[in-house]
Every structure is written in structure tokens, then in C-alpha cells.
Design a protein around this ligand. Structure first.
Ligand code: AMP
Ligand code: ZN
Length: 113
């Protein structure tokens, strides 16, 4: 049982921003900035390590990258946005289905954390 697999399958409602055969993108339920979207592959990978080591890793990684750019365009922030991936509990990963945060609309500085 994985909450993001349930969202991808429509079993749990979400505010969809963009979708194609490979990715599902939706507003984060607890946004840290005016724009905060999660880009999630439709296939379950626990984290970026599993994604990288999968035979389909290159395909999904490319699709995720394109989706990040598409989401930024849809939200009108493609000139200034930040993408974050947390890998592992020690880095703050709370949902063990790899995902990329697209954050914008806040005062993003050169400081990362
Ligand atoms: P992370 O801490 O990197 O694993 O990020 C998990 C993110 O998922 C957090 O920012 C949560 O706010 C978000 N989240 C958890 N449940 C939901 C949900 N049902 N719908 C949308 N976002 C969610
Ligand atoms: Zn999953």
C-alpha cells in the first residue's frame, strides 16, 4: 500500500496539474510556497536510487525531467523554480514513492536550506 500509487490510480483525490503515460503531477497538500507541485512517476520506485538502478530508470528519469519543466510552464514559473528530491528518512523523505517537489512563487535565494 502506497499513498502515491493510490493517487496515481485515482483512489485518493488530488489536485492534478499534469499527467501523461509516465508521470502524474499534483499540488502538494501542505505547500511550502505559492507553487508546490509533486512530480511522481506512475511506476512505483521507492526512491531515486531504485529509479536510477531500474532498467526503466533512464526512460522515467527523462520523463520526470520533461514533466518538471512542463509543470513549471503550466504554473507560469518556468523562469524561476526549484526542484527538490528527498532520498531516505534521514533526508526528510516521508512518502517512499520517488517524487520531485517543484517549488516557486516564494523568495527563493541561492541558499539551499
Ligand atoms: P517528502 O517529505 O519529500 O517525502 O514529501 C512528501 C510530500 O507529500 C509532502 O510535502 C506532503 O505534504 C505531501 N503529501 C502527503 N500526502 C499527500 C496527499 N494526499 N496529497 C498531496 N500531497 C501529499
Ligand atoms: Zn507507490
Amino acid at each position: 500500500m502506497c499513498i502515491f500509487c493510490d493517487i496515481v490510480e485515482g483512489k485518493i483525490p488530488s489536485k492534478k496539474v499534469y499527467e501523461n503515460d509516465y508521470v502524474f503531477c499534483f499540488d502538494d497538500i501542505n505547500p511550502v510556497a505559492p507553487v508546490h507541485v509533486l512530480v511522481v512517476p506512475k511506476k512505483h520506485f521507492d526512491n531515486i536510487n531504485e529509479l536510477a538502478n531500474s532498467p526503466e530508470g533512464a526512460l522515467y528519469s527523462a520523463e520526470i525531467t520533461k514533466a518538471v519543466a512542463e509543470v513549471a510552464k503550466i504554473k507560469g514559473v518556468n523562469g524561476a523554480f526549484r526542484t527538490i528530491n528527498n532520498c531516505g528518512e534521514g533526508a526528510g523523505q516521508t512518502v517512499m514513492h520517488v517524487h520531485f517537489h517543484v517549488i516557486a512563487g516564494a523568495d527563493l535565494t541561492e541558499k539551499l536550506i
